[in-house]
Write a protein that binds this ligand. Structure first.
Ligand code: 8YV
Length: 319
């Protein structure tokens, strides 16, 4: 008998085809967003759940999942939506989908840097609303990305690909990471032992750390104050790593030249100030949203399920 898998969102066709072939998959063709109560109910009789970051597995939800659920195979690299300690205590296996989305997320990060620095939101709005009237030497002047110093906070898989792409813009790479990485991965990037030491070297700061209680509000008012005046901040990791009050204040005061944001503390109900500020380039959490990557994420989640149901250790186990 094929294992029963609850799939919480509509996944790419090729992923769903493989799901149907190898599992008794309960799909969500209308892509309805389920509440925790609905997930708990739908999980009855399931051996596995394949969720996205839109479904929250708090300790309470995990405690109420039926005993038959043995594995949560996430369709995401980030797993801050799952209480991994609660999962571990219950013996529930949790996996994620690393690597396959590093290129797409790094692309989006470059877009955020370019969009913020070159005032993409303002420019696009001018053209679309027919308010583009003229050209002058001072019209829509932004700041240049090429040759600037880029600080990367969190030098894991995505951070390292961002460094690689940024080298194409002749950027000087600085980074902070919990552990210094090997020289062959640094490729000349300059390591700073603390976030504070990194800050002073960042014309551009890109956040690529894992969301956790330790990184909550990591970019706060004190650390923003250490950035050079006129720095640009971009975030394609998780909203929680930035103190949004501090960020908004720095964007208003001009301490920061601009920000490029793909993630927010409250999604999609973001702080209204972000919509009003002209010096923010906003995206709706689409870091991994390419056809190639979404297929890759689904296949990776399925590889983890396949391994588990074959009695092997899933490659991407996080709990
Ligand atoms: C996904 C992401 O869109 O993988 C992640 O952690 O943030 C995004 O790539 C989303 O999480 C899918 O569940």
């Amino acid at each position: 008998m094929k294992p029963r898998v609850l799939v919480t969102r509509k996944l790419p066709d090729a992923v769903e085809a493989r799901l149907r072939r190898d599992y008794e998959a309960i799909l969500n063709p209308t892509d309805t967003l389920y509440t925790s109560e609905e997930i708990i109910k739908k999980a009855v009789g399931m051996a596995a759940i394949l969720p996205c970051h839109t479904e929250k597995f708090t300790a309470e939800v995990i405690a109420r999942l039926p005993e038959c659920v043995k594995i949560i195979a996430n369709f995401s690299v980030g797993y801050d939506h799952v209480d991994v300690d609660a999962a571990k205590k219950r013996g529930l296996i949790v996996t994620n989908t690393p690597d396959v989305l590093s290129d797409a997320t790094a692309e989006l990060t470059m877009m955020l840097m370019l969009g913020a620095a070159r005032r993409a939101s303002e420019g696009e709005r001018l053209v679309r609303t027919r308010q583009w009237k003229d050209w002058s030497p001072s019209f829509m002047v932004g700041v240049q990305v090429t040759g600037k110093r880029l600080g990367i906070l969190g030098f894991g898989r995505v951070g390292q690909v961002v460094a690689e792409r940024a080298r194409g813009f002749d950027m000087e790479i600085h980074y902070h990471n919990r552990r210094r990485v090997a020289p062959e991965l640094e490729k000349g990037a300059i390591y700073h032992a603390t976030p504070e030491e990194l800050m002073v070297h960042c014309d551009f700061l890109a956040l690529h750390c894992v969301a956790s209680p330790e990184t909550n509000g990591l970019l706060n008012a004190e650390r923003i104050a250490l950035l050079p005046d006129g720095a640009v901040v971009v975030n394609a990791s998780r909203g929680s790593v930035i103190d949004e009050d501090a960020l908004i204040a720095a964007l208003r005061s001009g301490k920061l030249y601009a920000a490029g944001l793909d993630v927010f503390i409250n999604e999609p109900a973001i702080r209204p100030e972000f919509r009003e500020l002209t010096n923010v380039f906003l995206m709706p959490h689409i870091g991994s949203a390419t056809r190639e990557t979404r297929d890759g994420m689904g296949f990776r989640a399925l590889d983890n399920l396949d391994a588990f149901f074959a009695g092997k250790a899933p490659g991407d186990r996080v709990a």
